[in-house]
Design a protein around this ligand. Structure first.
Ligand code: GSH
Length: 367
């Protein structure tokens, strides 16, 4: 479905939104011509729900009026339409690692993002929800509306596996990740050199809107990992669009190995479980659209095991990386597989998807 042609492209989003931050950072680095419009209730009613079918941000309206959702699809659309320097490295290991880290940021770091937002910034965030819903309202009105709207998101917290048992492990894992990234960004401006990649964009979603911009979380980041806070500022206050280069010779800095290792240790075992559960679900529900969750899956962080919703969409994100790996042959493929072995990612070599997933017209489908 298309809406009326716009003169310039429009990003419908909000300052407090995780994925809006990812898309905005991309569009700014790309030097795209666009305006940002706050996703007020009117925008949800008039633009988002009629076109996307559900209330979700960010949504991107192209100059010709097409309405796109999902940051990955929007970024890929702009990469094709706008040309110019790409956020996808051209060399195999960097390209593959960037796709993996996009999946890690988008689909896994939502756990610390939501934990710190709701357990350290709750009252403040209600006000932020209110600023989006009622931009001209008085602070008390904004708070009241924001509390109503924000409560839905607060309600997701236990489903993400965040509870009294898992919180100490989630915090230990996040602090260790911050330490690893702090070391990395002491030496490199971005993940793979002086140009941001799709991997940086995956990480910036949670690490900006929730873990930097939410005040109590931002204080933790500044204190524990000032280089990460600097990287956030480089990502979101773009000084020179389209600038920078990826490191020569397909180098993966050693300092990224602990980050990839964390992904392999925490997220990949969970994704294996989701894959198995999705296989069972499809066998029991043939011909049905895939729901957002297919049950609760076990996950383990820093030795503590919990349960969280099993999200098939996360497998679609993983499939992007696996598809890329599948296109590689010979030395290029070996280089990527060696990288996986170096960070405990053997499970991704020959990972079996229960089915091929497509995400089209805002719906995830088995194809
Ligand atoms: N994978 C999507 C996720 C979009 C998303 O989950 N957005 C959040 C706000 S940052 C939202 O609107 N969630 C409400 C919902 O999904 O029902 C993307 O990259 O755009």
């Amino acid at each position: 479905m298309t809406a009326k042609p716009a003169q310039t492209a429009v990003l419908y989003g909000a300052p407090l939104s995780l994925y809006s931050g990812k898309l905005r950072a991309y569009l700014d680095w790309k030097g795209a011509d666009y305006t940002e419009v706050l996703s007020t209730p009117d925008v949800y009613r008039d633009i988002i729900i009629p076109n996307v079918g559900r209330p979700v941000i960010p949504v991107f309206q192209t100059e010709t009026g097409a309405v796109l959702q999902d940051t990955t699809l929007i970024i890929d659309h702009c990469e094709t339409e706008l040309g110019g320097p790409s956020v996808y490295p051209a060399t195999p290991r960097q390209h593959f690692a960037a796709l993996l880290l996009e999946c890690f940021g988008d689909e896994w770091l939502v756990i610390p993002a939501m934990h710190y937002r709701w357990n350290y910034n709750e009252e403040w965030v209600y006000g932020e929800f209110g600023k989006s819903a009622l931009p001209d309202g008085a602070p008390e009105e904004q708070y009241a509306v924001g509390k109503e709207r924000g409560s839905t998101f607060r309600g997701f917290v236990p489903m993400l596996g965040i509870n009294d048992q898992t919180i100490p492990a989630i915090e230990a894992s996040y602090e260790a990740l911050l330490a690893d990234l702090n070391t990395h960004f002491a030496a490199q401006p971005f993940l793979f050199g002086s140009r941001p990649s799709i991997g940086d964009l995956g990480l910036i979603g949670p690490l900006y809107a929730h873990l930097y911009r939410d005040p109590a979380s931002g204080e933790i980041m500044e204190r524990l990992a000032p280089n990460v806070a600097e990287w956030v500022r480089r990502m979101v206050n773009v000084q020179t669009p389209q600038s920078g280069e990826f490191l020569a010779a397909d180098e993966i800095p050693e300092t990224l190995l602990p980050v990839l290792t964390r992904m392999m240790a925490e997220q990949v075992p969970y994704l294996e479980k989701v894959a198995a559960m999705l296989g069972d679900w499809l066998a029991a529900n043939p011909g049905t659209d895939i729901p957002r969750a297919v049950g609760m899956a076990e996950f383990t962080v820093e030795g503590v095991t919990g349960q969280r919703i099993a999200v098939p969409f996360s497998l679609w994100m993983l499939q992007r990386g696996l598809d890329y790996l599948g296109t590689l042959e010979g030395d290029d493929r070996k280089a990527c597989e060696d990288l996986l072995r170096a960070c405990g990612g053997e499970a991704l070599i020959g990972f079996t998807m229960p089915v091929r997933l497509t995400f089209e017209d805002h719906v995830l489908k088995a194809s």
